[in-house]
Design a protein around this ligand. Structure first.
Ligand SMILES: Cc1cc2nc3c(=O)[nH]c(=O)nc-3n(C[C@H](O)[C@H](O)[C@H](O)COP(=O)(O)OP(=O)(O)OC[C@H]3O[C@@H](n4cnc5c(N)ncnc54)[C@H](O)[C@@H]3O)c2cc1C
Length: 395
């Protein structure tokens, strides 16, 4: 694809400028992670910020207006995300709802489900979590053991999920459960919309190495849901779950390339500010690695733009999502490793600038270790690329 074809800037320049102006007037300066006076938003501030993003037209871009969406295209979504990434916006508390579950409800939900759930995702009234993975069913999702059994007026769900991000805040969970013979694997799975305050649900937060506890174990002990909790049909869960994961790998968080550039520029600025670190910026080995990181970012930007343009022309994601997922997660680790290595050589005592950079990249280093696992491990993405794109046999 030519450079001109991926340059979405041209026709959308006015829109891009409008987004930029809005961000300049509304994004709190102290939330910019490259500032020495950075202070992360607290929960209530984050909810209010995401609500204001929606009110300004920066959520639900492609969702129909009837369900609270903006009725726009993926190109507006991409442009707005690129601009938001430039300032280092905080991760959404409801990214799972906005980027993954909403699109699945739109694709396979009933009319009543669309009316009931979609607008509430965008307004942050309902926060969602994704209850797919289990201790023996992560990469091999078809091995899910959580079971849903039909009872007179609905279903009873029993089992447990692990690594359920944001379950501690969530109002609703999309649960993948077994509704038939386990030997049928993919063909006996269904998706259920489960309120997190239903009797029988226990949420246990898992302490992470970075001091946070953003994901959880969720136990379902005979949890009752109505028949209309099924999303996409009984025993039809695999196709819907596959769609969630495909979107997750390809086009969620379209701001990543801009955010990674924000990180790389932060690293360079921190180095320039410090007498010992600025010397490193003259060393060919570091220049090579900084240049390689920038190339990684540019490749990511172009991959995402290419996928967005293909989708707006009616194309499918297919194995492309795995290429993007593999690339961004591996590239992010390279940025984090390089940053930590350089910043470790900062002059002592640390200045406020280098101290802040070290805090940011220490956190990033730990977070990025999980990125090659979440949404499907790198080895799994390689397998998908080999099979779907190179058409090689399954081993
Ligand atoms: C930060 C984070 C957030 C997450 N959030 C959620 C969430 O909100 N909801 C949710 O449902 N899940 C979530 N997960 C779970 C995630 O989807 C799984 O961790 C992931 O699919 C890998 O599964 P696993 O951890 O069971 O590892 P396993 O499946 O046990 O795999 C272990 C390793 O074995 C190798 N491997 C496994 N299978 C293959 C194969 N076929 N070919 C080659 N190598 C293979 C891989 O290298 C892999 O790293 C999250 C995970 C993380 C790290």
């Amino acid at each position: 694809m030519s450079a001109a074809a991926v340059a979405v800037d041209c026709p959308e320049q006015g829109y891009r400028q409008a987004v930029r102006d809005w961000i300049a007037g509304n994004f709190p300066r102290t939330w910019m992670p490259d500032r020495a006076d950075y202070a992360a938003p607290v929960f209530a501030e984050q909810i209010a910020w995401e609500r204001s993003l929606y009110e300004a037209g920066f959520a639900g871009f492609t969702w129909p207006r009837d369900y609270g969406g903006q009725g726009q295209t993926l190109v507006e979504q991409l442009v707005a995300n690129e601009e938001l990434g430039r300032v280092g916006l905080p991760d959404s508390l409801n990214g799972i709802g906005k980027d993954m579950i909403g699109p699945v409800i739109l694709a396979v939900g009933t009319e009543a489900q669309k009316v009931r759930y979609l607008r509430n995702i965008l307004t942050m009234r309902d926060i969602w979590c994704q209850g797919f993975s289990e201790s023996e069913a992560g990469s091999d999702l078809a091995a899910v053991r959580t079971r849903a059994t039909e009872s007179g007026e609905g279903w009873i769900i029993t089992g447990s999920k692990i690594w359920t991000s944001f379950a501690q805040h969530a109002d609703l969970c999309l649960v993948l459960a077994r509704t038939g013979d386990p030997a049928l694997r993919h063909a006996s799975l269904s998706m259920f919309i489960v309120p997190m305050d239903a009797p029988g649900i226990t949420v246990r937060q898992i302490d992470q190495i970075n001091g946070r506890a953003n994901f959880c174990e969720v136990v379902f002990d005979d949890v009752r849901v109505d028949t209309d909790a099924v999303l996409g049909g009984v025993n039809q869960g695999w196709a819907g779950a596959g769609r969630v994961l495909e979107v997750e790998r390809a086009i969620n968080r379209m701001y990543r390339a801009s955010l990674f550039e924000n990180e790389l520029r932060h690293l360079v600025a921190a180095c320039r500010s410090d007498p010992r670190l600025s010397v490193l910026l003259d060393e060919p080995a570091y220049l090579d690695r900084l240049g390689a990181c920038y190339s990684d970012i540019e490749v990511l930007r172009r991959l995402v733009r290419r996928t967005v343009l293909s989708l707006t022309r009616g194309g499918a994601i297919n194995g492309e999502g795995s290429i993007i997922k593999l690339h961004w997660s591996e590239a992010h680790q390279r940025i984090a490793v390089l940053a930590r290595e350089m910043l470790a050589q900062a002059s002592r005592p640390l200045s406020t600038v280098t101290k802040r950079a070290i805090e940011r990249f220490d956190e990033l280093y730990l977070r990025s270790r999980a990125e090659t696992i979440q949404a499907g491990a790198s080895a799994v993405q390689l397998g998908i690329i080999a099979q779907r794109i190179l058409k090689l046999p399954k081993t």
